[in-house]
Design a protein around this ligand. Structure first.
Ligand code: AMP
Ligand code: ZN
Length: 466
């Protein structure tokens, strides 16, 4: 039995899929106006572990992640400007170019972190028709109204509004701390926004209500329904999505279908700066994976760090804590390589260890407890070596640390890499930093990291976990 914590009930519940043996998961994905930092990536490591645990339990998972390339305003609650359009002004590239660029960077991070890719990346801008259809249904049922800047959802007409976040809607209304403008209620949200100055935006579409673009929350309702059906098993995202984004997804979806939208809402806690402050992409403050690599920390080291803390607990990030993870990860690597050389026969304890492991991961994805079992197995000198290795590899189907591929790093550096390093040294001597940086990236693409230590180039191979 798998137990998962459901934000909707604030309880751990036994997970039961709608269709026997199959699970649909929808994960709120990136807004592709900028790089994803390691905080964002912690969220996807969590949904990756969830998926792996379900698959480990022989369930067939259909995983959808959306890509937001339109409609996400600087504030989650319909205020400010569209983040993509702001990026267009900042970068001088088209919205499409920007979206593709940051999406590709994001996918590279997935690969580095050994996060399994979804069955489908669902792009918001490619599902405008589906979103318009939902608004039409809501309009017909009387849940919408028009203001000078768009079509809004009337949250007072949905009696369960705010149930996910346990919002005190009445209190919000009475307090009116924030100006509602033309909105009828503070918690109402945009379904469709008009282009106020036609042609000014790069992304706008015709609709029965006028030219414009969809409200941010709508894409997730439309695309999850399209690919996973009207009722879905599991919906995930970062905890910041509970009060606004997911609350609004529930409201509009349940008003469209008249049914419960999602059975299990599962949320990952934030990765915080060392000082405990929340970070977001717009305020900066957290590294990207490639920046950690440049500092000498491989992506699996960060993955290991995330596994050590339960996904529902905030995780304070610091390079010191990453150092500790690096040491642990390197130790695992050395031990696995040693074990491969050992031959001794011993007791078979597979069954009992596997049982402990399953208990941990099936208890709301308790990866830190599962890691304890992993270390116990690794340290058990009486356990038959061959069976031990097989079991550790089996555990790694959840951890994704690349145990199968751990090998003594090839210390021989290929000729072409040496040539690039020499060229880079030359560029640095000539103070041609732009060229030196291009060459560093080239070296990086070929699987090596070059660092400058006391004015000298030091070369390392990236950890291979493919
Ligand atoms: P965004 O690209 O801003 O839409 O965010 C992508 C995902 O990252 C969402 O699921 C957010 O909830 C999540 N997220 C944002 N910041 C953090 C953080 N510091 N720690 C963990 N998850 C985060
Ligand atoms: Zn979403």
């Amino acid at each position: 039995m798998i137990k998962l914590y459901n934000t909707l009930t604030r309880k751990k519940e036994a997970f039961k899929p709608i269709v026997k043996g199959k699970v649909g998961i929808y994960t709120c994905g990136p807004t592709v106006y900028w790089y994803q930092h390691i905080g964002n990536l912690r969220s996807y490591i969590f949904s990756d572990i969830l998926r792996r645990v379900l698959e480990f339990n022989n369930l067939k998972v259909k995983h959808i992640i959306n890509v937001t390339d339109v409609g996400h305003l600087t504030s989650d609650s319909d205020e400010g400007d569209d983040k993509m359009e702001l990026a267009v002004l900042k970068e001088g590239r088209t919205a499409k170019e920007i979206a593709n660029f940051y999406f590709n960077e994001f996918v590279e991070d997935f690969e580095r972190l050994n996060i399994l890719k979804p069955l489908k990346w669902a792009w918001a801008s490619k599902h405008i028709g589906e979103q318009i259809e939902l608004i039409k249904i809501l309009e017909k049922k009387g849940f919408t109204y028009k203001t000078s800047d768009g079509i809004y959802f009337d949250s007072s007409k949905f009696k369960n509004y705010g149930k996910l976040a346990k919002l005190n809607v009445k209190g919000l209304k009475e307090g009116k701390r924030v100006s509602v403008g033309e909105k009828k209620n503070k918690t109402d949200f945009a379904l469709w926004k008009f282009s106020l100055n036609l042609g000014e935006r790069q992304q706008e579409w015709k609709s029965p209500w006028g030219i414009g673009f969809p409200g941010w929350h709508l894409e997730c309702s439309a695309m999850s329904m399209k690919y996973l059906g009207n009722i879905i098993d599991i919906h995930t995202g970062g905890e910041d999505h509970i009060p606004v984004h997911h609350t609004n997804e529930i409201a509009q979806s349940e008003c469209v279908t008249g049914k419960k939208f999602v059975n299990f809402w599962i949320h990952g806690a934030f990765l915080l700066n060392g000082d405990g402050k929340k970070v977001s992409k717009s305020t900066g403050g957290l590294y990207r994976v490639s920046e950690l690599e440049e500092k000498g920390y491989s992506a699996p080291t960060f993955r290991y760090l995330c596994l050590q803390t339960h996904y529902r607990k905030p995780l304070k990030f610091s390079l010191d804590s990453l150092d500790a993870s690096k040491n642990a990860y390197d130790k695992i690597k050395r031990r696995i390589i040693e074990l491969r050389k050992e031959k001794h026969k011993g007791i078979d304890r597979t069954k009992s260890y596997l049982n402990d492991f399953l208990k941990a991961i099936n208890d709301d994805l308790n990866t830190s407890r599962a890691l304890e079992v992993f270390w116990k197995v690794l340290d058990d000198r009486d356990f038959d070596v061959e069976k031990k290795l097989k079991l550790l590899e089996k555990f790694d189907e959840i951890f994704g640390l690349g145990i199968k591929n751990m090998k003594k790093e090839d210390l021989k550096i290929p000729e072409d890499i040496l040539k690039l390093v020499n060229e880079r040294d030359k560029a640095r001597n000539e103070m041609d930093w732009v060229r030196a940086d291009i060459l560093r990236k080239k070296i990086n693409e070929k699987g090596f990291i070059v660092e400058d230590v006391s004015g000298k180039s030091v070369l390392r191979k990236k950890t291979d976990i493919a």
